[in-house]
Design a protein. Structure first.
Length: 227
């Protein structure tokens, strides 16, 4: 009983540690990046936790609000930006969309609900940000229909061959010679001999027939077994 309880607590602790993976959010203040908040609880229950998002200085930063998103687990940094006027038009509401692949963060989108500025004037300071977090997981793309059809037909042919073949039976496919495959074409009287007169073509055609007959006899005559 005690061992089982320890195992359960251990795995619960591992899950808790994994759930504490976070993304650190930085934004430009003056000439440096200052930490604005964190996205914690990844990948199960992500929540944005602000650390510095009130009384943010906006004046003198230009038209773009610039962010740096750092994955504290891998150390990877993602840079993003939106226009200040878009934030004003959306009442300082922004969204972080975290893309996961097999439970690992590989990209983060940062955007506002409305892309238009609607002629909003940017104030010198920001009272507060109202941020939300969305999750997006990778999905397997569509499979080629042609490949699926080919595999299905191949499987049906193999299954049919297995059903019609008795166990222990070896099926040999006879390999035919060139002459046995194309003897009708070779012996055909309609073979054109371009650039020759009628007499020469007739003589050559007779040689072709004789040579073909000799080849046919050599192919069709079974070889005597060696003693």
């Amino acid at each position: 009983m005690t061992v089982s309880f320890i195992v359960v607590v251990f795995f619960a602790f591992i899950s808790l540690v994994k759930a504490t993976e976070k993304l650190s959010i930085y934004h430009i203040q003056g000439s440096d990046y200052v930490k604005r908040g964190e996205i914690v609880g990844l990948p199960l229950n992500p929540v944005y936790v602000p650390t510095h998002h009130k009384n943010v200085q906006v004046a003198g930063l230009g038209p773009l609000y610039r962010l740096k998103i750092k994955d504290d687990t891998s150390g990877r940094v993602i840079l993003s930006n939106v226009k200040f006027c878009q934030l004003v038009a959306n009442d300082w509401k922004d969204t972080f969309r975290v893309h996961l692949d097999q439970g690992q963060v590989y990209h983060v989108d940062y955007f506002t609900a409305e892309n238009s500025c609607n002629g909003a004037d940017v104030p010198p300071t920001v009272d507060a940000f109202y941020s939300t977090v969305e999750m997006a997981t990778s999905q397997q793309g569509p499979q080629p229909i042609l490949a699926q059809s080919t595999l299905k037909k191949t499987h049906v042919k193999e299954q049919s061959a297995n059903e019609n073949t008795k166990e222990g039976t070896v099926i040999e496919v006879e390999e035919q010679s060139f002459f046995r495959k194309y003897w009708q074409v070779i012996l055909s009287p309609n073979i054109p001999f371009i650039g020759m007169n009628i007499d020469t073509a007739s003589i050559l055609h007779r040689f072709v027939i004789i040579g073909g007959a000799i080849m046919a006899l050599s192919v069709l005559t079974p070889n005597e077994p060696q003693k």
